[in-house]
Ligand binder design. Structure first.
Ligand SMILES: *Cc1c(COP(=O)(O)O)cnc(C)c1O
Ligand SMILES: [Zn+2]
Length: 404
């Protein structure tokens, strides 16, 4: 079974407690499994369909609960030879989370989060979002048949994500402020009006997201890579992935643990600054700015968990410029045929930089997580890439364009 435990004071709470933080000390909560009760072998796992629910013994759901699922997870781990050659690296893989049902890894969190919402008797769910959380929550709330409210920083949401939230029938409210302010507002509203909060402060969501680690290990023949490189915004995903590797390690399903690498955009890099300064808390940034809107976050709520993941795994945190992000997005798209949104490309941009600095060795085995699909943010492509040409319908005009 499993309980909720405060990562600051260690106090434990019943798994049915409707809390998001420690009532005693406001510390972040985590889900702790009694792994001695879990029996999972490689042979057994291999028999099951390859999606998130392959690992159901490690998912915090009660017996007999109706799982709200869109068959999330089971995303490809692409071998990235052409990109590895370009970067001068021995072995590189891309875990493409854009292949999830709504186009980002958030679906892994929401299948568990919305399932828990129903278990706890919620009739409405809510979140603040830089985009993908709202797109995903809207879809899973629709599947569950419950009301969904999303607060977004007005004018700062990639168009594809906004379209998804509207499509799935969420109530969408634009806030004339940044994500951090929207999150503060929705947290207060949820507490006041009994709406179930599904931002990544919600510990259940991270339990779904830890399956990224299970799948990477599984796809590498039950082994861990040397490094897992993850784009970082609110710090939930990198923490979840690290937790997943630790659980697989404790169960004896992998022999080694990877080292975690968190990559932020230069204009929104409180985690990188705290990591470099050796602090266990981040200094919030009031005006985070980057074209990678999914990681445009100045006050990451899960920073303590991410800092712990970096420390425990002997990890690294690095920041990259918007130009480096676009360059990496282009590499993924044109060397590998993998289309990702800007935030996702931060992982590859960070890897390139750390190889140049010699912080990552060229003979390592590296996995870059690409977090969201290219079509989430088509506007960035129209503004930053070559424009299509338009011509009169004659062979002469066509040849002039095509043949130079
Ligand atoms: C949410 C998101 C991130 C950041 O994940 P955190 O858990 O907030 O650190 C990165 N990339 C994409 C595409 C996202 O949707
Ligand atoms: Zn506590």
């Amino acid at each position: 079974m499993f309980v909720l435990r405060c990562m600051e004071c260690g106090k434990e709470y019943h798994r049915r407690a409707m809390i998001y933080q420690c009532p005693d000390c406001s510390g972040l909560l985590e889900v702790v499994f009694d792994l001695s009760e879990v029996e999972l072998t490689r042979e057994e796992l291999k028999k099951r369909p390859f999606n998130l629910w392959r690992y159901r013994e490690l998912m915090p759901v009660e017996e007999g609960t109706r799982v709200v699922s869109l068959s999330e997870g089971g995303t490809p781990l692409y071998s990235a030879k052409a990109l590895a050659e370009e970067l001068g690296l021995r072995e590189l893989y891309v875990k493409n989370e854009g292949a999830n049902p709504t186009g980002s890894f958030k679906d892994r969190g929401m299948t568990v989060g919305v399932t828990k919402a129903l278990e706890l008797g919620a009739s409405a769910v809510g979140c603040a979002s830089t985009g993908n959380t709202s797109a995903s929550l809207a879809a899973y709330a629709a599947r569950a048949g419950i009301r969904c409210l999303v607060l977004l920083p007005a004018g700062k949401i990639a168009i594809g994500k906004l379209a998804q939230a509207l499509l799935h029938g969420a109530q969408v409210v634009g806030i004339r402020a940044n994500f951090d302010v929207a999150l503060r507002l929705v947290r207060e509203l949820c507490t006041k009006h009994n709406i179930y909060l599904l931002n990544s402060i919600n510990p259940w969501r991270l339990e779904g997201q830890k399956s990224e680690a299970f799948e990477i290990a599984d796809q590498l023949g039950f082994s861990s890579p040397d490094r897992v490189v993850v784009p970082v915004g609110n710090c939930g995903n990198i923490s979840a992935i690290w937790k997943g590797f630790k659980e697989f390690h404790q169960l004896g399903l992998v022999d080694e643990l990877p080292s975690m690498v968190g990559v932020q955009a230069e204009g929104a890099s409180p985690l990188v600054k705290a990591f470099r300064a050796g602090k266990s808390r981040v200094e919030p940034e009031r005006e985070p700015e980057t074209i990678a809107t999914a990681i445009r976050i100045g006050a990451p709520v899960n920073a303590p968990k991410a800092l712990r993941a970096l420390r425990e795994s002997g990890g690294i945190a690095e920041s990259v410029t918007d130009e480096e992000i676009i360059e990496a997005q282009k590499l993924l798209a044109r060397k590998l045929g993998i289309g990702v949104e800007p935030a996702s490309a931060a992982s590859v941009a960070g890897l390139k930089k750390l190889l140049e600095y010699g912080e990552i060795d060229r003979d390592e085995r590296v996995v870059c997580v690409t977090t969201g699909h290219a079509l989430k943010d088509p506007e960035i492509i129209f503004s930053r890439y070559e424009k299509p040409v338009e011509i009169e319908p004659t062979m002469e005009a066509l040849e002039r364009v095509v043949m130079g």
